[in-house]
Design a protein around this ligand. Structure first.
Ligand SMILES: [Zn+2]
Length: 141
């Protein structure tokens, strides 16, 4: 493959792959009744081609420019919603959300160390009290 051709190949923004499959996406009418299996799904738009990378990332093809404005806007809106949904499910986002609710290992260790220090302080105070208190007042009979 020539370098010129390689540079012009469409690449996945997520993984850099250069291989895609084309999928037809349509809008369907919901909540319709049909006695035939699958008959309740009725396509109400023409097929809109979307490229999907080997990694699963959809990539809008430049051919969307040839769509009718309302079809293009509808497809781009769906595309953006799906991208936002996928983004929220990526491990980095999940970890960031979990970090808001849970302590990290260093934070946990800091808390454990502080509790141990308090335990030592309480123990030494108890020892000082036992050593300094006159017999008979320690409460032990
Ligand atoms: Zn990819």
């Amino acid at each position: 493959m020539s370098k010129q051709l390689d540079e012009n190949l469409k690449r996945c923004p997520k993984c850099g792959s250069m291989h895609f499959f084309e999928v037809d996406y349509r809008q369907y009418m919901g909540e319709t009744y049909s006695s035939t299996p699958g008959g309740e799904l009725r396509a109400i738009s023409s097929a809109l081609k979307v490229c999907v990378c080997l990694c699963g990332e959809p990539v809008l093809a430049s051919s969307i420019r040839s769509l009718l404005p309302e079809e293009r806007e509808s497809l781009v809106t769906s595309f953006e919603r799906a991208a936002q949904h996928r983004e929220q499910r990526e491990p980095e986002h999940l970890i960031a959300r979990l970090q808001e609710s849970f302590v990290s290992r260093p934070e946990f260790q800091t808390a454990v160390d502080a509790v141990e220090k308090l335990g030592h302080v309480a123990e030494s105070l108890a020892n000082e009290k036992d050593a300094g208190a006159p017999s008979g007042e320690s409460g032990v009979i």
